[in-house]
Each structure stands twice: as structure tokens, then as C-alpha cells.
Design a protein around this ligand. Structure first.
Ligand code: IPE
Ligand code: MG
Length: 228
């Protein structure tokens, strides 16, 4: 969800106002994705590198997240959203950790859509934490394979993503889901996150549906598999 700061700057507003507007965009997109019966959505909200931002901004983001949970959690619960957190929130303020865990518990029985929010998330950090878990459980080298490894990742409960949407005009992955993105289609758009609306989502989904996903095979092989 990139571009909140530039959205705000172009309107002579504070960066925090941009993040507030970004939170509203996230709320709308969760709804739009759910309406389209897409079962999994993951939002990259705070990266393991975002700690390097000015203290005011980091604290502002935490306050925003707290306020968002307070305002939205009941509605999310009612609308069938099952909330998951990926990333390592152990370094977050304890009040926020409690709020986040309470929200996860509250929505745990929902099935309509699995909404994962990446908080203090970094793909490299996740891979290291996963490897530590595997070693500490005493798994032998022989018993390790891709499926076993994936089962220890923060994302063990979800399939690999089909589509990644990167807003804000940057053409990079920024340490997001490094393992899981192996065969993901990636849609880059200049649209700044607060402006990312249902039409923009529709454009990304239309582009996605035109992609031929070969997973290492030839085009002929893939087409041969399609029903006639
Ligand atoms: C949102 O956009 C990123 C976070 C939620 C931390 P940015 O804050 O990176 O926006 P730009 O790149 O400055 O426009
Ligand atoms: Mg940015």
C-alpha cells in the first residue's frame, strides 16, 4: 500500500493525513475484494524497515492502527472477515499487541475472507524466524522440503498469492512475501494507495485474468490442459 506520503504532500497535508486516507482505502478494498468472493487478501501495512522512519510517523502509524481496530473490529467481525497477522509484532507497544491479538481472536471463526495484515513484516526476517523455529523443533535435514518449510512460515494457513498489486509507481518487491511470491503475477500501478479504488482493483483483476500462468511449463502444455 504505497503512496500515502506523496498523496498527502501533493495536497499540502501531513504524511499522517495520507496514512489516514490510506486506511480508508484499505477499508474499501477489503469490502470490494470480499464482494468478489476472493478468499484471501494480504495488506502490507508496516514493514520491518519502516522503523527507520521518523519517530513521529512510526508513533502516528501505531495510533492509527489502534484507532482503526477500535472503530472497525465489530464491523469486520459482522461481515465475516477472519483477521490474521503476519510479521513479528513482539516489538510493538504492549497495548497495541493486546488489541491486535484480541481482534484476531474475535474474528477467528469467520470464513468469508481471510484478511492478513503484515505488521513489522519482512520477507527475509520471516525466513530467518521460520528457520529458527525449524531448528528449535529439531527437524532433521532430510525431513526438510518446500512443503514442510512453507508450513512453518507466518503464511502457513494460506495459499501462495496469485496476484500482487504494488501501488505508488515503484517497481520493486520491498521485502514482501519473498518465498511466497515465486509464481505470483505482479501488477505495478502509478496510482497512489489512497486513490486505489474499486475501478483500480477491477483493472488489476482484468489484467490478471489475461495472464497465462505457466509455472515453468510451455504455453502448449498449459493450453493442452484447458478444457475444450
Ligand atoms: C504507505 O505509503 C506506506 C506505509 C503504510 C508505511 P508511504 O508512506 O511509503 O508513501 P510515500 O512512498 O511516501 O508516498
Ligand atoms: Mg513509500
Amino acid at each position: 500500500m504505497d503512496g500515502n506520503g506523496r498523496w498527502a504532500k501533493s495536497r499540502c497535508l501531513s504524511r499522517l493525513k495520507g496514512h489516514e486516507e490510506g486506511a480508508q482505502a484499505a477499508r474499501r478494498i477489503v469490502e470490494a475484494v470480499k464482494e468478489r468472493n476472493i478468499p484471501y487478501l494480504t495488506l502490507y501495512a508496516f514493514s520491518s524497515e519502516n522503523w527507520n522512519r521518523p519517530k513521529d510517523e512510526v508513533e502516528g502509524l501505531f495510533r492509527l492502527l489502534e484507532g482503526f481496530i477500535d472503530k472497525e473490529i465489530d464491523r469486520l467481525k459482522e461481515s465475516g472477515v477472519c483477521l490474521h497477522i503476519i510479521g513479528d509484532i513482539s516489538k510493538f507497544p504492549s497495548v497495541l499487541i493486546e488489541k491486535v491479538m484480541m481482534s484476531v481472536d474475535k474474528t477467528a471463526r469467520n470464513k468469508e475472507i481471510h484478511l492478513s495484515v503484515a505488521l513489522n513484516y519482512g520477507g527475509r526476517d520471516e525466513i530467518i524466524r521460520t528457520t529458527r523455529k525449524i531448528i528449535s523443533e529439531g527437524l532433521t535435514a532430510d525431513s526438510l522440503n518446500q512443503k514442510v518449510f512453507a508450513g512453518y512460515l507466518d503464511t502457513a494457513f494460506m495459499p501462495d498469492p496469485d496476484l500482487l498489486i504494488r501501488t505508488g509507481g515503484e517497481w520493486r518487491i520491498s521485502n514482501f512475501l519473498l518465498w511466497q511470491l515465486a509464481y505470483t503475477e505482479i501488477f505495478f500501478t502509478d496510482t497512489l494507495w489512497p486513490d486505489f479504488d474499486e475501478d483500480a482493483l477491477e483493472r488489476a483483476l482484468t489484467w490478471f485474468s489475461s495472464r497465462e500462468r505457466r509455472f515453468g511449463m510451455t504455453s502448449e502444455q498449459v493450453r493442452g490442459k484447458e478444457p475444450v
